[in-house]
Design a protein around this ligand. Structure first.
Ligand SMILES: [Zn+2]
Length: 507
């Protein structure tokens, strides 16, 4: 049988390119045999090839893209927002935002009845758990550590990491999250690390890979035999992250625990110029004044993002502010699993604008609409409670505009990317989402920012661009074969349950 294979297809003896995949399916050996990378290549081959089927419009043509006649919320305080305007994108960057742009050879995206906003930016998600969605809907933080980390995590293969990260990344794109920090603590071997990075790079998402520790059955990650954490970050810098001008960039995910375990990871990060992210102020164990101890070793700098911060003391908050750190609030999970109250008002009182994060898809919806509404309602509840209790000088209520900034530009800042993304400012990379207003959850439209923050959901995400490439259009991800994707996820999940000796009842 002679035919033209789609670009990027390997030389399988049983061809599975889109032209003939319905008639032949490769064996696992054939997948594995195509690359020395072995097991990882199996899943990569499946996905890499499916992505080649439908080139993203505008991604390959090199023509300018013109988003026409949308309600444009640039969130840039100088440029302002527009009831109706156009966004011109050239070579992956925003080159102009104003009404009535005319470009002769541009590919036009009609944004009538759309709100055009910067893509959402998640600053903390454990993406390897993308194949463990909803496993722990009723669990506490202790349950999570016992089940997700010590049982499942300790049994992850590199293939499982690939599938988890890939699913999490595609889910993020699908719901309008264009940039996501992968807080990746599944590095049981360097092959696990390579698989995570490969999945992020294959997904098309803008991602920050935050390199973290291994998972083990007893939680003693520092004794994991195959782990090269944290020193392997030097290899990662050389092998994958030689440029900051790429879609996936490098952070260190520092462990929580004793300062003598944390400090070497800070040093390894700074030795290779990687920023740092760390969980602090989590539940009772977050009351140990850790940041005071790290500060005593001069370890706190502006290159660090502090996650949760629910139970920090006032001195620690001042240390974050005075050293220029950023913070990430995962409001939904914090209320759900016992971290402590999300410190939204505390951060505002300290003059620190928080970023937002999903954290764990094992218990939390993967979209940012839920995150925005969580912090919005919690802060208002806090203020109302104080007013009802007779507080004569309560804080101001958050506005929807501020919350939208938390979800975009503040996320960009915490991910070290505020010069590139977070607002629709000419010169920045074109990470843009188009949200439909002709849906029954928001029509007829009266207030654009209000609609996005209080009423919309992933069903409103019509189009997603990352660095000018269209990753979702007309409500559909581009270049994703759902049958094959489902097979990848189901196989990884079943393999993982079997190796972890967990029975999956699915109910
Ligand atoms: Zn976390």
């Amino acid at each position: 049988m002679t035919h033209q294979h789609a670009t990027g297809w390997g030389n399988f003896s049983s061809c599975i390119c889109p032209t003939c995949r319905t008639t032949s399916v490769p064996s696992r050996r054939e997948f594995l045999g195509t690359s020395a990378a072995g097991a990882i290549a199996a899943s990569t081959a499946m996905i890499g090839t499916t992505r080649a089927q439908q080139p993203a419009p505008g991604a390959l043509s090199g023509r300018p893209l013109l988003i026409k006649d949308g309600c444009v919320l640039t969130l840039d305080r100088v440029i302002g927002n527009f009831e109706q305007a156009d966004v011109l994108i050239e070579r992956g960057k925003i080159s102009a935002v104003r009404p009535n742009i005319a470009v002769a050879d541009a590919e036009v995206i009609d944004a009538t009845r759309m709100i055009v906003v910067p893509g959402f930016v998640d600053t903390h998600r454990h993406m390897w758990q993308g194949i463990l969605r909803n496993v722990l809907p009723d669990g506490s933080l202790d349950d999570y550590i016992a089940t997700v980390q010590k049982i499942f995590g300790a049994n992850y293969t590199p293939d499982d990491v690939y599938a988890g990260d890939y699913f999490s990344a595609l889910g993020a794109i699908d719901s309008g999250v264009t940039c996501i920090l992968d807080w990746s603590h599944i590095h049981n071997t360097p092959e696990h690390t390579d698989a995570a990075i490969k999945a992020l790079m294959d997904s098309g998402a803008r991602a920050v890979f935050a390199y973290g520790n291994a998972q083990t059955a007893d939680g003693r990650w520092w004794e994991a035999k195959g782990s090269k954490y944290p020193d392997d970050i030097a290899r990662l810098r050389k092998q994958y992250f030689t440029s900051e001008d790429q879609l996936v960039t490098l952070y260190m995910a520092a462990p929580s625990g004793a300062p003598e375990q944390i400090l070497p990871t800070f040093k390894a990060a700074r030795d290779v110029g990687a920023r740092i992210t760390i969980h602090v102020g989590v539940g009772e164990r977050g009351r140990a004044a850790l940041l005071e101890k790290l500060n005593a070793a001069n370890a706190l700098k502006s290159d660090t993002t502090y996650i949760h911060c629910c139970t920090l003391n006032d001195t620690e908050w001042k240390l974050i502010r005075d050293t220029g750190g950023t913070i990430s609030i995962a409001g939904y999970v914090e209320t759900l699993m016992g971290h402590g109250s999300p410190p939204i008002q505390k951060a505002i009182d300290m003059g620190i604008r928080p970023s937002l994060s999903v954290d764990v898809e094992t218990s939390v919806p993967n979209d940012f609409f839920a995150q925005m509404r969580t912090v919005f309602s919690l802060q208002k509840k806090d203020v109302w409670d104080r007013r009802l209790a007779g507080d004569k000088n309560p804080p101001k209520f958050l506005t929807v505009r501020e919350v939208l900034e938390f979800a975009t530009i503040e996320g960009a800042r915490a991910n070290g990317l505020e010069r590139k993304i977070g607002t629709l400012t000419p010169g920045k990379d074109a990470d843009v989402i188009l949200l439909r207003t002709d849906r029954l959850n928001v029509m007829p439209m009266n207030n654009a920012v209000g609609a996005v923050v209080t009423s919309m959901g992933p069903q409103n995400v019509d189009t997603v661009l990352i660095a000018g490439k269209i990753r979702k259009r007309n409500g559909q991800l581009i270049g994703v074969d759902f049958d094959r994707l489902a097979r990848l996820g189901n196989e990884a999940r079943d393999r993982l349950y079997a190796s972890a000796k967990v029975k999956n009842t699915r109910i």
